[in-house]
Design a protein around this ligand. Structure first.
Ligand code: URP
Ligand code: ZN
Ligand code: ZN
Length: 468
């Protein structure tokens, strides 16, 4: 069964050019110049179905390498399941997610991996992989890192924040980084100085300051910069590759840029919320600010220019969502009267491609860079390229047809994430996904869902391609 995508503009990190794309089964089999004899012969072949992509971008499916479906946090769980979350991802043009398996203290990494497979396998609408959150560094878990790598999970997130929960000491970080240097794994770091932050939180609460905006004020960018710098130093000493997750501010970005200038294997991602939302949202009246509580927190608007610049200079290499949805009514509510009890996380898996396209519309990013930070580099960084992240012969037919002229307004009333509010309520967007294919199967077309629960396959990832 062949499918011809005709008349569109294929976008890759090398640029945008008109091309017809032939899909056979689950794979892209060839590209040809529109109107060429080759393209005409494909169109004429018996049994070929044709999609007219005139006026549309033909993009590799988006790859969101930072999501949290069904994540345990603060006594509750993020509300998107793997089923609802991957469906919402597909609506927004994301055809691969890499989610985090979360090791609870006292449990093994391999048992954790089994547990996450139980949650996800057979439930996803699009393909998925896992990173592993290491919250208990000990001889067993350090040994198990190798078995995880064998199972296709070769990136390990650690936390310098959340003492008593996920927090790792510098010594524990050094131990894990040493193993990463030995095995080719990547250490992903949540870089905020959690010990200092906990003191600031205690002081704020003691002074009767309980509103959501205090979440932002007690986690200043300097404490993200300090932790980022420390993580970079520890990675340098141990020879470990380092990927800073959800970088939010100018000062930690400066630390990353300086390390990269010396040639150190340090990478960073940012997220749409840091590009578009700000401390002003955390300070919304009443308890509204709780919708915007995530860590690191939203920053004053002045940081956003630095982040866009970092995306252009490649000091920020990836945009992921850190999608971690908690309902406003029942879950964010847990922190009314004490901001430190508000579950941390913002929903967004559905909107990453659209929000980044606004960067293209506004002249912050080129078309090629949009695709690079949203699909190609995530694929390379986490061992999925060239299977994913590019429109090329032999790659999976994960393809998005994107209408750059369509307009839409984001809203909880119309989104597909399983959460009762939108952090981007009322945002006007230029551009919209029209069609999504996952491994050659139609998932979205013209505002209708054609996908199937269980279509998504687990991706055993290779080692990062930036380290060899
Ligand atoms: O607030 C956030 N970011 N919640 C998800 C967990 C994490 O630290 O990534
Ligand atoms: Zn984090
Ligand atoms: Zn996260």
């Amino acid at each position: 069964m062949s499918l011809l995508i005709q008349g569109g503009t294929v976008v890759s990190p090398a640029g945008a050019s008109p091309a017809d794309v032939l899909v056979e089964g689950e794979k892209i089999s060839a590209l040809a110049a529109p109107g060429s004899e080759t393209a005409a012969s494909w169109a004429a072949a018996a049994g070929t179905s044709v999609i007219d992509a005139t006026g549309l971008y033909v993009l590799p499916g988006g790859i969101d390498v930072h999501t949290h479906m069904e994540m345990p946090f603060g006594g509750t769980f993020s509300v998107d399941t793997f089923e609802t979350g991957t469906r919402a991802a597909a609506w927004g043009g994301t055809t691969t997610i890499v989610d985090f398996a979360v090791q609870a203290k006292g449990t093994s990494l391999l048992a954790t991996l089994d547990k996450w497979h139980e949650k996800a396998d057979g439930h996803c609408a699009v393909d998925y992989g896992f990173h592993m959150i290491v919250s208990d560094v000990n001889d067993t878990s350090l040994k198990e890192m190798e078995a995880c790598i064998g199972a296709g999970v070769n990136s390990f997130k650690m936390f310098m924040a959340y003492p008593g929960v996920f927090y790792a000491t510098d010594g524990e970080i050094v131990r894990a980084m040493t193993r990463a240097a030995e095995t080719g794994a990547v250490i992903m770091m949540h870089a905020e100085n959690g010990i200092a932050i906990d003191q600031l939180v205690a002081q704020a609460l003691a002074a009767g300051k309980t509103d959501p905006v205090q979440h932002g004020l007690t986690r200043p960018p300097e404490l993200e910069a300090e932790a980022t710098h420390r993580a970079i130093t520890l990675a340098g000493v141990t020879g470990s590759p380092l990927y800073i997750v959800h970088l939010s501010a100018a000062q930690p970005l400066q630390a990353v840029a300086e390390a990269r200038d010396t040639g150190q294997n340090v990478f960073a991602e940012t997220c749409p919320q840091y590009l578009y939302l700000s401390l002003d949202d955390l300070a919304r009246p009443g308890f509204e600010g709780a919708k915007y509580v995530a860590s690191p927190p939203l920053r004053p608007r002045e940081h956003q220019g630095s982040l866009w610049r970092g995306l252009r200079t490649n000091d920020l290499s990836v945009v992921s969502t850190d999608h971690c949805p908690f309902c406003f009514k029942e879950q964010k509510e847990l922190g009314r009267g004490d901001f430190s009890k508000i579950p941390n996380g913002i929903p967004g898996v559905e909107h990453r491609m659209d929000l980044l396209h606004q960067g293209v519309v506004a002249g912050e990013l080129s078309l090629a860079r949009w695709v690079e930070v949203a699909a190609t580099t995530p694929a390379r960084m986490f061992g999925l390229y060239p299977r994913k992240g590019i429109i090329a012969p032999g790659s999976d037919a994960d393809i998005v047809l994107y209408d750059p002229r369509a307009t839409q307004v984001l809203s909880a009333a119309t989104h597909h994430m399983n959460v009762d509010y939108s952090a981007y309520e009322g945002f006007g967007i230029t551009g919209q996904v029209r069609t999504v294919l996952s491994r050659g199967e139609l998932v979205i077309d013209g505002g209708e869902y054609h996908g199937r629960t269980g279509h998504g396959q687990f991706l055993r990832r290779d080692l990062s391609q930036y380290l060899i």
